[in-house]
Ligand binder design. Structure first.
Ligand SMILES: Nc1nc2c(ncn2[C@@H]2O[C@H](COP(=O)(O)OP(=O)(O)O)[C@@H](O)[C@H]2O)c(=O)[nH]1
Ligand SMILES: [Mg+2]
Length: 271
C-alpha cells in the first residue's frame, strides 16, 4: 500500500502561494497538534523560509498538550514564534494578533518613522483539514471562510481584514508531490489531511494506528477497547459480527480510525 495524494489543485495552490509571497509580511503556518511534525510540509517550509513565521499548533484540545508544548519549543526563534490553539474557541485571537504584530515589528516601525500606519499581510498555510479556515473565521470574528471536517473544502485563496492593521489570506491545504515517508503519510491520513478514498485497505491502516498509539498511550487503548488490541479482539469486545462465528474486522478498523479522529480514545499526539 502506497499513500500519495497531490492532485492538480494543490499544485495550483502552491504556485499561487509562491506568487503571493513577495507581498506577505508574516506566514501563519498551521499544524495539527495530533501530528504536528508530520503536518510540516517540506515544500511549504521551503517557500516560507525567508519570512517571519508564526507556527500555530492547532486542535490542541484534541491532542496531548504536554507533548505539544515540548515539541513546539523548537519553533521559537529569531524570526519565528509559536502558539498552541483551539481555533473553535474565541480566546486565542488577541494573542495571535499580538504575535503577528511582533513578527512584523520591523516593517511597522519602518513605516511609523515616516508617520504611516502600515497594513500587515499574513497568509495562512498548512496541510488540508488543519483548521486554516476555522482560524481565519475566528480571527475576523465572522464566518467568512468555508470550513468542513475533511480535506479539500477551501477552493480559492481569499483575503479578509482582522482588526485595524492586519489582512489575512486563507489558502486551500497543500500536501507535497511525493510523500516518500509513508509513516508521515499514514499520520496525515489519520488526522484527515489525506482523503480516505486514497487508501483501499482500512484494516492495515487501523492496525498501524493501534500500534502507534500503543507505543505511547497503551492505557488509553485498554480503557476503550480492553486488553486484546487486535482488530478481532476489538470486534469481539464491541460486538461487531460479520457472519456466523466471524468477527467484523473491517468494522473495527473503521471504528478505530473514527474514534481517533473524534478524540474518543483520548488526547493523543503522534508527532
Ligand atoms: N476540535 C477542534 N476542531 C477544529 C479546530 N480547528 C478546526 N477544527 C475543525 O477541523 C475541521 C477542519 O477545519 P477547516 O478550517 O475547514 O480546515 P482547513 O481545511 O485547514 O481550512 C472542521 O471540522 C473544524 O471545525 C480546533 O482547534 N479544534
Ligand atoms: Mg479551508
Amino acid at each position: 500500500m502506497k499513500i500519495n495524494w497531490f492532485p492538480g489543485h494543490m499544485k495550483k495552490t502552491m504556485a499561487e502561494i509562491r506568487s503571493k509571497l513577495a507581498n506577505i509580511d508574516v506566514v501563519i503556518y498551521l499544524l495539527d497538534s495530533r501530528a504536528p511534525i508530520s503536518s510540516i510540509n517540506p515544500s511549504l517550509s521551503k517557500l516560507s523560509q525567508n519570512k517571519p513565521v508564526l507556527y500555530v499548533f492547532n486542535k490542541v484540545d484534541l491532542a496531548d498538550e504536554n507533548r505539544v508544548k515540548t515539541l513546539a519549543k523548537a519553533y521559537k526563534g529569531e524570526n519565528s514564534d509559536y502558539i498552541l490553539m483551539n481555533s473553535t474557541l474565541s480566546g486565542g485571537a488577541k494573542t495571535i494578533k499580538q504575535k503577528i504584530n511582533a513578527l512584523a515589528k520591523e516593517k511597522i516601525e519602518r513605516f511609523a518613522k515616516k508617520g504611516i500606519k502600515t497594513v500587515i499581510r499574513a497568509i495562512v498555510i498548512g496541510v488540508p483539514n488543519s483548521g486554516k479556515s476555522t482560524l481565519v473565521n475566528n480571527l475576523c470574528g465572522k464566518a467568512k471562510a468555508v470550513t468542513g471536517n475533511r480535506a479539500g473544502v477551501t477552493k480559492m485563496t481569499q483575503w479578509v481584514s482582522i482588526g485595524d492593521n492586519i489582512e489575512i489570506c486563507d489558502t486551500p491545504g497543500t500536501l507535497y508531490p511525493n510523500l516518500e515517508d509513508q509513516e508521515v503519510a499514514k499520520k496525515l491520513l489519520f488526522i484527515g489531511s489525506i482523503k480516505d478514498e486514497v487508501v483501499a485497505d482500512n484494516v492495515e491502516l487501523a492496525e498501524e494506528l493501534v500500534k502507534l498509539i500503543n507505543e505511547k498511550y497503551p492505557a488509553l487503548l485498554n480503557a476503550r477497547y480492553g486488553d486484546d488490541l487486535t482488530l478481532e479482539g476489538i470486534a469481539k469486545k464491541r460486538g461487531f459480527i460479520a457472519g456466523k462465528g466471524e468477527y467484523d474486522v473491517e468494522r473495527s478498523a473503521s471504528a478505530v480510525i473514527d474514534d481517533f479522529r473524534k478524540c474518543r480514545i483520548g488526547k493523543i499526539t503522534l508527532d
